[in-house]
Each structure stands twice: as structure tokens, then as C-alpha cells.
Design a protein around this ligand. Structure first.
Ligand SMILES: C=C(O[C@@H]1C=C(C(=O)O)C=C[C@H]1O)C(=O)O
Length: 457
């Protein structure tokens, strides 16, 4: 699909939002300037469609993260402050720094991290190992209430004025925001990083190494590159995709004109003080064409030896990784089934109480990448992935999320795509364990990508 704007409809509440921004901006301007400290003002606003707003206001870097519960989401515009590192080993405490900057406020950072802890090249150029933005303008949806907040974080008086000016420009653009009504068009080119023959070879090699005891599980991914005759409207597509996948996180992170976005069902972790919620999601079957078939596939997910082993590796390794960090771990919840539009996963929620001195950076490094996106043992699986995958993962299978003073939540950045004007790169991966069948895994790769293709159409 390409986006050709046919007509424009007024975005309800945009005018009123612009007035609220002006009012808060005047309040900030009247405050004395303070260097390198967050200044934040907020107020309640009428309901607004966040994804339509993001789609119609393209003058600043945009960010979006919606929780899995469908009741809470955050949209960010512009940047009050950016924190980033080019390689994970260069900046081990970025997450703690981010938490400190927003301490005592309810501001949140929106951003994410790459899969391998390194910066990207090629289409992933400008996507560093880790990057979080404190937006200049933040709109938060929580159940039926909406809140607008402005954040300023300036090095000096001149920078303070620049930030106020940027907010004024945003407010003018929002006042004129219109819903784009678009028409679908065709994909002009499709190229996949791995064809079926190469896939057989990759899976064959992985199974050989599993047989030789080099590793127990490895996750292999594939990229599909699409070209359109004009740039797809990412935020409207994400809105449709989110409707298809109501129990998934939805996210979009803009970075120098490119947008990394997706609808991931999987949580890396949610941390609230010492309380930690994480999960093992692995083992996949398709959805049935009717209730009876769906139920029978669900039973397969619950009992099949290969699928339960594939899941158990993930659950066991997550619990082991948490051992040195946790006062207690609760894995008593029995594995269940997580249903999506085309597939269903084996799923188990895992909760822990962290020791008091554990930083979010420590937690992140201990958990990511889990065997759900990498394999086990981690080092051997990672080495195999980098020697055999014919694509750069970039932020796919990294993480995306929100960092707040008291709560941080990251989704595993799967079911995702990178867009750059009329180019789109889609990613999907599958876990390979003893007993995996290359054809079945190929179909699973396709099913994961088809979900996004359906939203594009
Ligand atoms: C790696 C991906 O998904 C992971 C792999 C799964 C599997 O192989 O069964 C299931 C859920 C995810 O943890 C992906 O969708 O790209």
C-alpha cells in the first residue's frame, strides 16, 4: 500500500489541544530558567486519537508506546533531552541516569535498544545501541483520561528559548492537524534476505550444532524488504495493526526520519521498585480456522514435546538469570496460551522481588537477549546468529519501552518493521530446537509477517 492523501478531515480536539499547549507554554515561560534540570507542567485534556495525531504532525521526532492492556499509551513529540550510547559496554548506566533525571516527576522516556548492543549500519544507520528521548510534548492516555505535559531540559538560557520556540511550532502544527484519508496502492518491489533454500541450509546447520551439543536452542530471523511507490502512513497502519492485535504492545520510535515500529505480544520486563514482572513466551502454532481446530491446536501447544521444551528453555533461563538479582522468584503460574490474530504462543508469567540495590541497567543486561529471541546458551547462540543470519537485526528483537522514575516497562521488539520513506523492512524470527521442521518454521516466519501485511492493506 502507498499513501496518497485524498482528502483531509478535522482531527477532533486538536484545536483545544493547541490551546492547552499554549497555556502550559506560557506557564513555563514565566518560570525562572534552570540549567540541566527538568521543568515539567501538565494538565488534563479532552480525549484525542494519539495515532491520528502522530500521523498528522510530522514536524518533530515522534514516539509512541501503548501498553498491552489497551488502556494506557504515551505519545511524544520533539526532544527535551536525548540519552544514547553507541555500544552497550560504553555506557552501562544509561537507564539509571534516565531514571534519575525524571525522579520526583511522572515524566517518561520513550526509546529502545538494539538486539546486539551495537549501533546499526545500512538501513539501521543512526540507530545506536540504546537511545531514549524525553519528549518536549507528551500526551498520555490512561483509561478514558488524557493528560498533556510539556518537558523542558535546557543547558543554558539560549537552549531554553529554543525549546520554548519548538513547543510553539508544535502547537501551531497541532492546531492545523487533519486526519489524512488515504488510498491503498501497490508494493513495487519485494526482496527477502533468505529464500527457502537458504532457510533449509540455515536450519540444517542449526540442527546439526544442536545435535552436536553446541547449543540447545537458536532463534533465526529473516528480513523482508518492501518498496512502495510512495511512503506508507506508518501511524495509521499501526492503528490498524493494533486493532488486529489488541493484546500486544504497540510502538513507534522515530529517529532522523526513519521509524521503527511494531506490535509485540512479548514483555521483556516491567519493574516497579523491587517488583518485577517478566515472562517466557515461546513455542508457536497457528490459529485454527474454527473453534474446534483452534482448541485442538491449543492442546498441541500445551502438550507437544518439542513445543514445551522450546518454551521451558526460555522459562528456565530467565529464572536462572534472575537468581543473583532476586530476593524471591515466583514461577508458580502454569504455562498458558497467548492468542494473536494468526498464531498462538505458549506463555508463562514470571514474577520476582528484586534485591534492593539492583539497578535497571543490571536487570536489562541480565535478561536481554532472552532465549526467546536469541537462544541458549546465549554466547554460542549469538555467535551462530551472527555467522549465519544474512541480515542485520538492528533494533528488531532488541527492546522498546518507557522509563519512568518509579516504573519502567520494556517490550521485546519483535513483530516489528523499520520504515524509511517508501522503504519498509519487516522482521520475523523463530526458535529452532531439536525436532524443529524447516518447512513448519518457514510457515511460522510467514504468518508473523502476514499479520503486518494485512494491516498495510
Ligand atoms: C523471534 C520472534 O518471536 C519469538 C519466537 C517464538 C517461537 O519461535 O515460537 C515465539 C515468540 C517469540 O518469543 C519473532 O516473532 O520475530
Amino acid at each position: 500500500m502507498t499513501i496518497q492523501a485524498l482528502s483531509f478531515l478535522t482531527l477532533p480536539s486538536a484545536q483545544s489541544l493547541a490551546h492547552s499547549i499554549e497555556r502550559l507554554c506560557a506557564e513555563l515561560s514565566s518560570r525562572p530558567f534552570t540549567a540541566n534540570r527538568l521543568q515539567r507542567v501538565s494538565c488534563d485534556i479532552p480525549a484525542i486519537d494519539l495515532l491520528e495525531l502522530l500521523s498528522s504532525v510530522a514536524i518533530a521526532e515522534r514516539g509512541y508506546f501503548a501498553h498491552r492492556n489497551q488502556t494506557a499509551a504515551v505519545a511524544g513529540f520533539g526532544q527535551a533531552l536525548e540519552l544514547k550510547i553507541d555500544a552497550l559496554h560504553h555506557g552501562p548506566s544509561l537507564l539509571s541516569r534516565a531514571e534519575m533525571i525524571v525522579a520526583g516527576t511522572d515524566a517518561v522516556w520513550i526509546g529502545g535498544c538494539s538486539y546486539n548492543g551495537e549501533s546499526g549500519t545500512g538501513q539501521w544507520q543512526d540507530f545506536p545501541a540504546m537511545r531514549f528521548l524525553l519528549p518536549l510534548l507528551e500526551i498520555r492516555e490512561d483509561h478514558d483520561s488524557f493528560q498533556l505535559a510539556l518537558n523542558l531540559f535546557a543547558r543554558d538560557a539560549e537552549h531554553w528559548e529554543e525549546q520554548l520556540q519548538a513547543i510553539t511550532l508544535l502547537s501551531r502544527s497541532i492546531a492545523k492537524a487533519k486526519i489524512k484519508v488515504t488510498r491503498a496502492a501497490t508494493i513495487t518491489r519485494r526482496h527477502q534476505s533468505v529464500d527457502r533454500q537458504q532457510w533449509y541450509q540455515q536450519v540444517g546447520e542449526a540442527l546439526q550444532k544442536i545435535g552436536a551439543g553446541e547449543f540447545h536452542k537458536v532463534v533465526l530471523a529473516r528480513e523482508v524488504a518492501l518498496q512502495f511507490s510512495s511512503p506508507p502512513n506508518i501511524f495509521q497502519t499501526l492503528k490498524r495493526w493494533r486493532q488486529q492485535l489488541p493484546s500486544s504492545f504497540a510502538f513507534a520510535i522515530e529517529n532522523r526520519g526513519k521509524v521503527f515500529w511494531g506490535c509485540s505480544p512479548e514483555r521483556l520486563f516491567k519493574r516497579h521498585g523491587q517488583r518485577l514482572c517478566t515472562e517466557a513466551m515461546a513455542g508457536t502454532v497457528r490459529r485454527g480456522i474454527n473453534h474446534a481446530e483452534d482448541f485442538s491446536l491449543e492442546q498441541q501447544l500445551k502438550t507437544d514435546d518439542k513445543l514445551t521444551r522450546e518454551h521451558a528453555v526460555v522459562a528456565d533461563v530467565i529464572c536462572e538469570s534472575l537468581l543473583p538479582l532476586a530476593e524471591s522468584i515466583d514461577h508458580s503460574q502454569k504455562p498458558g496460551v497467548y492468542k494473536l490474530d494468526r498464531i498462538q504462543h505458549r506463555y508463562q508469567s514470571l514474577n520476582a522481588v528484586l534485591k534492593t540495590d539492583i539497578s535497571t541497567d543490571q536487570l536489562y543486561r541480565q535478561l536481554h537477549p532472552t532465549p526467546a529471541v536469541c537462544g541458549h546458551p546465549r554466547a554460542q547462540a549469538q555467535a551462530f546468529i551472527s555467522s549465519c543470519e544474512l541480515t542485520q537485526r538492528g533494533w528488531y528483537s532488541g527492546c522498546v519501552g518507557l522509563i519512568g522514575a518509579t516504573q519502567t516497562e520494556f517490550a521485546v521488539a519483535i513483530r516489528s518493521a523499520l520504515s524509511d520513506r517508501n522503504h519498509l523492512w519487516l522482521y520475523s524470527g523463530v526458535g529452532i530446537v531439536d525436532g524443529s521442521d524447516a518447512d513448519a518454521e518457514w510457515l511460522e516466519l510467514e504468518a508473523k509477517i502476514e499479520s503486518l501485511l494485512a494491516a498495510l492493506n
